[in-house]
Design a protein around this ligand. Structure first.
Ligand SMILES: [Ca+2]
Length: 96
């Protein structure tokens, strides 16, 4: 995942919401490259029943992704791409 430094958000339709597929495009252009599983989990968590994501939920999703990514980078002190956490540390991370 690579942070582009600036974010220009384009919402295809004018109703203030985006579809799950639009969300994936915007997130990938803006900040993160999501694999299919992470995209599906993000949509399940942040979309409403018709699979659209409003702006508040989109911002919340981006904030959570960035926060967890930054925490991971801090814990991965040797840059190996893996971290080791105790159960209470892991619970604290996922309950953010
Ligand atoms: Ca490591």
């Amino acid at each position: 995942m690579e942070n582009s430094g600036s974010v220009q958000i384009k919402i295809a339709d004018q109703n203030g919401c985006m579809s799950s597929s639009e969300m994936r495009i915007v997130v990938m252009e803006a900040v993160f490259s999501l694999n299919n599983a992470l995209h599906q989990v993000s949509v399940a968590r942040y979309s409403d029943p018709n699979h659209t994501i409003n702006f508040d939920n989109f911002v919340n999703c981006l904030f959570r992704l960035e926060t967890l990514f930054n925490i991971f980078k801090e814990l991965d002190t040797d840059g190996s791409g893996t971290i080791e956490v105790k159960v209470m540390e892991w619970l604290n991370l996922v309950m953010l």
